[in-house]
Write a protein that binds this ligand. Structure first.
Ligand code: AMP
Length: 186
């Protein structure tokens, strides 16, 4: 978890590689569907372009299908999911069914000013349609309203690991590894 621009996608790939599990990024799956012009992509695009969340039912069923794939059986890392309380409940149900359990929830903390700077830089490099200033502001607002409350939910469950997301990418990765490597595997 972490606000837009905190470095979730970048770090998710390193963590997944470290543990030999797939990184399941809902944002990446939506973007792939948008570029392939699938019905899911067509539905998701209007929300994404506006910086809104794709409706829970759509997102949940996509994640349910993805974690059913054979490569996810030994375990997986979720990047950008869950983002709402309804998604938290849905995820609990899904993994109750598959027999997985959550080992940890990593939240990257980064100062707001740094975030805006990073996102505008990413817009220039990657050309993401949802990195314009207005849309970024809306995504930050939604994160605060709908996703930040999840931090307390996972803290109460004793799963939360807060990582300082400031500094070099490598340093942040090492902080995450150091925190995760001491957690017993499920
Ligand atoms: P991300 O790449 O994680 O920043 O996601 C990009 C966009 O995809 C978000 O701004 C949402 O429009 C959509 N999205 C990704 N994950 C979710 C989710 N868990 N729930 C709803 N919408 C999502």
């Amino acid at each position: 978890m972490g606000p837009p621009g905190a470095g979730k996608g970048t770090q998710a790939k390193f963590v997944a590689q470290h543990f030999g599990i797939p990184a399941i990024s809902t944002g990446d799956i939506f973007r792939a569907n948008v570029s392939e012009g699938t019905p899911l992509g067509k539905e998701a695009q209007r929300y994404m372009d506006a910086g809104e969340y794709v409706p829970d039912e759509v997102t949940n069923s996509m994640v349910r299908n993805r974690i059913d794939e054979p490569d996810a059986v030994p375990g997986f890392l979720l990047d950008g999911y869950p983002r709402t309380l309804a998604q938290v409940e849905e995820l609990d149900g899904m993994i109750g069914f598959t027999g997985h359990r959550l080992d940890a929830v990593v939240v990257l903390t980064v100062d707001d000013d740094v975030l805006v700077e990073r996102l505008l830089q990413r817009a220039a490099v990657e050309g993401r349609a949802d990195d314009t200033e207005d849309v970024v502001r809306r995504r930050q607002e939604l994160y605060g309203e709908q996703t930040a409350p999840l931090i307390e939910v996972y803290r109460d469950r004793g799963l939360l690991i807060e990582i300082d997301g400031l500094g070099e990418v490598d340093d942040v990765t090492q902080r995450i590894f150091a925190a995760l490597d001491v957690i017993p595997e499920s």
